[in-house]
Design a protein around this ligand. Structure first.
Ligand SMILES: NC(=O)c1ccc[n+]([C@@H]2O[C@H](COP(=O)([O-])OP(=O)(O)OC[C@H]3O[C@@H](n4cnc5c(N)ncnc54)[C@H](OP(=O)(O)O)[C@@H]3O)[C@@H](O)[C@H]2O)c1
Length: 231
């Protein structure tokens, strides 16, 4: 961890519990941090390249250099952290085995969080039936939730399908298709129903979750509950 502080005076009460946001350069993480700050939380964010966050106006935020596959970097980044958001995935990385990599990384993070005494991990995964046929992507998202909870730290898992908002990878794919193709013909097997959710709603759930320490492992039913609304 490089311990660098963001610009400006800290807004959060220094006595408030510290929240770690992984995936801070990502779509969800980058939008969540301003919300957490506005709610008065003390935030540290983790990135493999904190320089990518240099221009962000996030007053008081600590930047930690870290990789969820590197226990030493996690040990430093997790010092003093009460709750941690896990908003990382390896899809799109230069690795054909994204599923194995995501699983190993989640186990590494879970172990580091347990050693650091983190009280809860909040994870945003993928919405879908856990029993029927699942794509590798969806199976991986579910495996990560299980792995995060396998070292004793309670996990609150939210599950979202397509997140609607400009910049979201899944939403942009649909946007490009609909803008380029006047008519789209799909094979007969394209029957999967989807429950999209607006990004603002996702961010509201994640922010609100911090205020409810009792929502945890058994609150995987919270993921089931949230499937009613698509998150
Ligand atoms: N976007 C959607 O439509 C959507 C829908 C449903 C669920 N979700 C879930 O929401 C979560 C966040 O997704 P997103 O769309 O925000 O992802 P994203 O924009 O692709 O960002 C992925 C993040 O993962 C970080 N990362 C990757 N490998 C890492 C590693 N080894 N160590 C540390 N950080 C690493 C990247 O950070 P650096 O490269 O800077 O280190 C980046 O910030 C995921 O669990 C995803 O499954 C997203």
């Amino acid at each position: 961890m490089n311990g660098v502080q963001g610009p400006g005076a800290p807004l959060a009460d220094p006595g408030r519990p510290l929240v770690l946001v992984t995936g801070a350069t990502g779509y969800i993480g980058g939008r969540l941090i301003p919300r957490l700050l506005a709610a008065g939380h003390r935030v540290r964010c983790l990135s493999r390249n904190p320089q990518r966050l240099a221009g962000r106006a996030w007053p008081g935020v600590e930047f930690a250099r870290g990789d969820v596959s590197d226990p030493a970097s996690l040990e430093a980044a997790l010092v003093g952290v009460a709750q941690a958001f896990y908003l990382v995935h390896a899809m799109g990385e230069d690795s054909p085995d994204f599923r194995g990599r995501d699983l190993r990384q989640a186990l590494t993070f879970a172990e580091a969080a347990a050693k650091a005494g983190v009280r809860r991990i909040i994870y945003l995964g993928g919405l879908g039936d856990s029993t029927g046929h699942r794509s590798d992507h969806l199976a991986s998202r579910h495996e990560v939730g299980t792995a995060l909870g396998s070292m004793g730290v309670p996990v609150l898992e939210f599950r979202a399908a397509v997140i609607v908002g400009s910049g979201s990878a899944s939403f942009e794919m649909i946007r490009h298709l609909t803008e380029r193709l006047p008519i789209m013909i799909t094979p007969r097997w394209v029957t999967t129903r989807c429950q999209p959710i607006g990004v603002r709603d996702v961010l509201a759930y994640l922010t609100e979750a911090l205020e409810h320490p009792g929502w945890r492992a058994s609150s995987r039913s919270a993921a089931g509950m949230s499937s009613d609304t698509g998150a």
